[in-house]
Ligand binder design. Structure first.
Ligand SMILES: *Cc1c(COP(=O)(O)O)cnc(C)c1O
Length: 393
């Protein structure tokens, strides 16, 4: 009982600090309008940026994939679990987003978290140095820890500091890692400048584009949008956000991908995702690349512009983001939670993001937009923010 009592005590500490998280239960598919915890709500919490998570064509592809390949893969990729559906998805991904490499190849993973662990730990060892943006996603941080390399954190987007750190570094292996679109701020990494730095310093550059793939660069992602070419680049995209399915991928020069297949432990020692998931990913790529994908991206762009205006009129600090991630920085945990609750009472789900996801004192409401949001949904958001700002005044 002593062990449990110690945990109870720590959970209580989370409560009093406004840091206890709670899972809500969705009774319907992920969409702008859903039933959550038994109530109809308008959701501004998901990463389903193109509104594809419940698209009939993807639901159908998942069923067709399961009919062809069964429910489970049955094994790891190197021991029987690698199906034709996985191989096809990898070919489709490399053809779609691999234009930055002279010989692109893609590797499919079950999750983005594992893709980041795999790539970083396979490229960096104890003798390497990893240069990491201060606001990088937890999975990049954990990948660096797994590698046991020396980690140097540079201030967010501060390429001058990064270059100074690179100049002073004597490691033979150097790895620069950065989010493409930063997940809690919605701002963008300067891809062309990072590529130039990486090449000048003979460093690998890992870009985690979890929030850009499917949206930026006609859906091809932030690296394609930047129109750079480099064999130093490893592009990581996830498939559970804009693509509406699940999984992730890395694209790089074929030699690097072959190294991952041989050496990346988070790739090798896990069961392959169900082939049906890979089958649905190929269907999602076709949608993302189609005219319907363009229409959905245009709709999303209009919503982003509208919400930027809405946020400017609140008493809080909006972060200058042109992506679907629109944060409103409140500051304290309790104040952020109180606002999220007041907004929730009006039938809108806008999550309160708190440490350790964001730095202490920068707790925020994070509004995530989707192509599925209508003008009426955005007007409801405007009205809700307006009424809670009167509460705060
Ligand atoms: C969501 C996310 C991941 C993890 O991807 P999953 O497929 O959800 O495991 C990695 N990096 C960033 C920046 C993310 O936002």
């Amino acid at each position: 009982m002593e062990l449990l009592a110690a945990l109870e005590q720590q959970l209580h500490t989370l409560d009093t600090a406004g840091l206890r998280r709670r899972r809500r239960i969705a009774d319907t598919a992920c969409h702008a309008h859903m039933r959550v915890d038994g109530r109809e709500i308008i959701g501004f919490a998901s990463n389903d940026y193109l509104g594809l998570a419940a698209h009939p064509r993807l639901v159908e592809a998942l069923a067709e994939g399961a009919a062809r390949y069964g429910a489970g893969s049955g094994g790891s990729h190197l021991l029987g679990g690698h199906s034709r559906a996985h191989a096809q998805a990898e070919e489709d991904l490399a053809a779609f987003s691999g234009g930055f490499s002279s010989a692109p190849r893609a590797l499919f993973f079950s999750t983005g978290y594992m893709a980041n662990l795999a790539v970083i730990s396979a490229l960096a060892d104890r003798d390497a140095t990893i240069f990491s943006d201060a606001l990088n996603h937890a999975s990049l941080i954990d990948g660096a820890r797994l590698s046991r390399a020396t980690v140097q954190v540079y201030p967010h987007l501060d390429l001058h500091s990064l270059e100074q750190q690179l100049n002073a570094c004597t490691s033979a292996t150097k790895l620069i890692v950065s989010d493409g679109v930063f997940s809690m701020d919605g701002d963008l990494a300067p891809i062309a400048a990072l590529v130039a730095l990486a090449e000048r310093h003979h460093a690998w550059l890992v870009i985690d584009d979890a929030h850009g793939f499917g949206v930026l660069g006609q859906g091809r992602g932030i690296v394609q949008q930047a129109a750079v070419r480099s064999s130093n680049l490893i592009y990581i995209g996830t498939l559970g956000k804009a693509a509406g399915v699940a999984g992730a991928f890395a694209i790089a020069h074929e030699t690097l991908i072959e190294w991952l297949v041989q050496r990346a432990r988070p790739y090798i020692f896990t069961t392959a995702a169900p082939p049906a998931v890979a089958y649905a990913v190929s269907a999602s790529l076709a949608l993302i690349a189609s005219a319907e994908g363009d229409t959905r991206r245009q709709r999303l762009a209009l919503s982003i512009a509208r919400v930027r205006e809405i946020l400017k009129r609140t008493p809080w600090q909006a972060i200058d983001s042109h992506t679907a991630i629109q944060p409103l920085v409140i500051g304290g945990n309790q104040a952020t939670l109180a606002l999220a609750h007041a907004i929730d009472a009006q039938g809108l789900w806008v999550p309160a993001i708190r440490p350790p996801t964001v730095p202490l004192g920068s707790s925020r409401l994070r509004i995530s937009l989707s192509a599925a949001h209508t003008d009426a949904d955005l007007e409801r958001l405007d009205a809700a923010l307006h009424s809670v700002s009167e509460l705060a005044a």
